[in-house]
Design a protein around this ligand. Structure first.
Ligand code: PAF
Length: 284
């Protein structure tokens, strides 16, 4: 697995692969890789002959005073894991490669509406930072396919929307959430949990699973279901931000008759902010 840090060598390698007819699949990450990321790489292998993984801790998606400076940078370990998972190229750009005119002067792209809802309501500017950097990673690598995790459900919906809106010829593939044995979704944020918090953390998935089950059993009172779930999370020791039931395809508010739903939540537990979601299908 080759590592490149700048646009020139990246382009040259990708051009050579394209000349020989291979599809390029991109897995954008911020590093500190866990089993969930490795699953993205495996899925990328199924969709492309060449797999590029980017590691870039993107400053524009962190809140001012947030954990950008302290975000774990574990390049050597990440490199070993990616080699084992079968990535072909690791792209680790410097800030100046991604933002050649500087972060402050950078062109930005924002999907209106949904960027400010759900997690966006609690993290102002976050999704604008995400869509802006993902577009840059796309224009740097020009992938045929890009793979994102379903755990960041709102993120992948926004990226699909941006791709459709800008007519980008990139196929977005969403990988299922990888969970630990007790149901907790893999996340870089889990390492902020103390031992006691780690014991409580799977409760987020359990609460969402309860809501998903109730919906699948025909309970259509979304307001009561989300209110009870918020209460349950607080009882378990979380500081819940939101629990929401939305249309799975685009996160719109469900109308009567919408059958494919997703239940999403964000909750703080100590220093960690955990998010999770479960899709469900309601009866006719
Ligand atoms: O999901 C992430 O790790 C990041 O939001 C992404 C997509 C790599 C953009 O920085």
């Amino acid at each position: 697995m080759k590592t490149v840090r700048t646009g020139g060598p990246l382009r040259r390698q990708l051009d050579e692969w394209r000349r020989t007819g291979g599809r390029v699949a991109l897995v954008p990450t911020m590093g500190n890789l866990h089993d969930g990321h490795l699953r993205l790489v495996q899925l990328a292998r199924e969709h492309g002959e060449r797999v590029v993984v980017s590691i870039f801790v993107n400053p524009t998606q962190f809140e001012p005073g947030g954990d950008y400076a302290n975000y774990p940078r574990t390049l050597e370990r990440d490199r070993r894991r990616l080699r084992g998972a079968g990535a072909d190229l690791l792209f680790v750009p410097e800030i100046a490669t991604v933002y050649p005119f500087g972060v402050e002067n950078a062109t930005r792209v924002r999907v209106p509406g949904l960027s400010d809802e759900l997690c966006g309501a609690f993290r102002p500017g976050h999704f604008e930072g995400v869509t802006s950097v993902v577009l840059r990673l796309f224009t740097l690598t020009l992938p045929d396919v890009a793979v994102f995790g379903a755990k960041d459900y709102q993120q992948q919906v926004l990226i699909r929307r941006m791709v459709d809106d800008l007519h980008l010829p990139i196929r977005i593939v969403t990988a299922p959430t990888v969970r630990e044995a007790d149901g907790l979704a893999y996340s870089s944020r889990n390492q902020y949990l103390t031992e006691d918090e780690r014991r409580i953390a799977p409760g987020l998935y359990e609460t969402l699973a309860g809501v998903a089950r109730a919906l699948a059993d025909g309970d259509a009172d979304h307001a009561a279901l989300t209110r009870r779930a918020m209460h349950e999370l607080a009882q378990k020791g979380f500081a819940p931000e939101y629990v929401a039931i939305r249309r799975a395809a685009d996160l719109a508010l469900p109308e009567p008759g919408t059958r494919d739903l997703v239940v999403l939540a964000a909750a703080r537990l100590g220093k960690a902010r955990l998010i999770d979601n479960i899709r469900t299908r309601v009866p006719l």
